[in-house]
Design a protein around this ligand. Structure first.
Ligand code: HEM
Length: 500
């Protein structure tokens, strides 16, 4: 360093020796090799300052998606989609917006292996002139549940047993087979796509249905797809297991090294859209997160691309403290009534207040870049470091109140544009035959590529062999709902593996 800083305490007092401690000298020793025998002093602020902070170094890890890595980049508009969406960051072809993306696994702890069989999180924060837009997606176009009450139950079965603290194939498969709306996602997860070769070689999907508005106030349902220009590349079960042992941080390293070398990953952005009328004719609910929209009926429309070209300089400050939420949006992009999405709108900012504190929005990585924020009633609280809006009145509507925002879309205030009337019902979403139609089609799609169906069967059997025999039987019945051949093949594969 040309001008190295001087070590100080946290209050800035210069330190001449970072490694010395204050001790009572009660013996006339040769201090160079033998320390004085007296105790340390309470007044040694340098030591206490450092130990006390060390004791508080850890914050709660994310309850899901704890292991991950991120990078900065930019999004660029490539095609005019103003007939569909009036978001300002999309209003000109060629316009660029700064982004930060974090990739993650879901079930494992912060130190767990990047190559575990698990969906991958794919969350991107767009720092737009209308505030932060977070697209909090996965690398799978569907999900295990469609009713949010199931989320904590489901996640617990993928975590550790309350007594043994071990992952348990029995509870994993017990839950999934008892809740077969999970089948579509589980087939995806146990295909080779469940173990991507790197974060650069996988796609991202909104999964949920959202609503986008144009400037006339007309809206359509949409689903978004990010398609990797690097192509989709996966590991097989054995390669993923080997890498988990040899280099559990494989994907973290791959992303960092690629960006350092200037090999910037790129994703193309597409949107599928559907009118309200079209949604009524679907053989499934448009709010069902376990279903995809057939591409033949709802074609992909290209609208942008994004590039990741800059590594963060501090993992904790940026990647650990970044707080994504589907509730961070811009006026012309609104959530649909998908109940899982609606629940996520609550859950993310709630966990951020727990994980990062009430003023998590003041952490630089979470600050809106261009427009800033002006919410004069959101004041004080722990670690308020942004000047707290100075002498501005701490309520809205004061005599010097700011101008109300005029959204470019003629959407009703705060996205509320539909009216509902009816009874409150305790709705439990039942299973129907159609729930297994798309998993059946997915099996046929796998059959088009050499070895993909065999890999699915092998991957299922390799996992379920750790479960009890009656659970194994249930697993075979479960996959037979997609196609009876799968159950039979898994049974045979289990026999083969038991002889090894
Ligand atoms: C992370 C809840 C479903 C994608 C999280 C976190 C929570 C959570 C509490 C940790 C956030 C943090 O500490 O910053 C839920 C609930 C769900 C749900 C309650 C359903 C009821 C989904 C779905 C998707 C998804 C369907 C994808 C379509 C993600 C991603 C992250 C995440 C990508 C990691 C964000 C990051 O990198 O910081 N979720 N989640 N989640 N969730 Fe969900």
């Amino acid at each position: 360093m040309s001008n190295p800083p001087v070590y100080t305490t946290s209050s800035g007092c210069p330190i001449s020796d970072a490694f010395s401690t204050q001790r009572i000298s009660v013996q006339n020793n040769d201090y160079k090799y033998k320390p004085p025998v007296g105790p340390l002093l309470m007044q040694d602020f340098k030591l206490i300052d450092s130990l006390a902070h060390f004791d508080r170094e850890r914050i709660p890890e994310r309850v899901v998606h704890a292991k991950g890595a991120g990078a900065y980049g930019y999004f660029e508009v490539t095609d005019d989609i103003s007939d569909l969406c009036s978001a300002k960051f999309l209003d000109q072809v060629g316009k660029k917006t700064k982004i930060f993306t974090r990739f993650s696994t879901v079930g494992g702890e912060k130190g767990s292996a990047d190559t575990a069989r698990d969906p991958r999180g794919f969350a991107t924060k767009f720092y737009t002139e209308e505030g932060n837009l977070d697209l909090v997606y996965n690398n799978t176009p569907i999900f295990f549940i469609r009713d949010p009450t199931k989320f904590p139950h489901f996640i617990h079965t993928q975590k550790r047993d309350p007594q043994t603290n071990l992952k348990d194939a029995n509870m994993f498969w017990d839950y999934l087979t008892a809740n077969p709306e999970s089948l579509h996602q589980v087939m995806y997860l146990f295909s080779e796509r469940g173990t991507p070769a790197s974060w650069r070689t996988m796609n991202g999907y909104s999964g949920h249905t959202y609503k986008w508005y144009n400037a006339k106030g007309e809206w359509k349902y949409v689903q978004v797809h990010f398609i990797a220009r690097q192509g989709v590349h996966n590991l097989n079960n054995e390669q993923a297991g080997k890498l988990a042992g040899e280099n559990p941080d494989h994907n973290t390293q791959d992303l960092f090294d690629a960006i350092e070398k200037g090999e910037y990953p790129v994703w193309d952005c597409y949107v599928q859209s559907m009118t309200l009328e079209e949604s009524k004719k679907l053989p499934f609910s448009v709010f069902d997160l376990t279903k995809i929209w057939p591409h033949g009926d709802f074609p992909l429309r290209h609208f942008g691309r994004f590039v990741l070209n800059e590594n963060p300089t501090n993992y904790f400050a940026e990647t650990e403290q970044v707080a994504f939420s589907p509730s961070n949006t811009v006026p012309s992009m609104q959530p649909s009534n998908d109940p899982v999405l609606q629940s996520r709108l609550f859950s993310y900012p709630d966990t951020h207040r727990h994980r990062l504190g009430a003023n998590f929005h003041q952490i630089p990585i979470n600050c809106p870049l261009k427009s800033g924020s002006f919410a004069p009633q959101i004041r004080d609280g722990p670690m308020c470091i942004d000047g707290n809006l100075g002498s501005t009145p701490n309520y809205a509507g004061a005599y010097n109140c700011p101008v109300q925002y005029k959204a470019s879309a003629k959407i009703a205030p705060d996205g509320v544009d539909e009216q509902y009337q009816g009874e409150v019902v305790p709705y439990h979403w039942e299973i129907c035959d159609y729930d297994f139609a798309q998993p059946g089609k997915f099996w046929d799609v796998l059959g088009k590529t050499n070895g993909e169906q065999e890999a699915l069967v092998h991957n299922i059997a390799s996992h379920v062999q750790a479960a009890k025999p009656f659970i194994q039987d249930r697993v075979c019945e479960y996959f037979s709902k997609a196609n009876p051949a799968i159950g039979q093949l898994v049974k045979e594969e289990l026999k083969k593996l038991s002889k090894l």
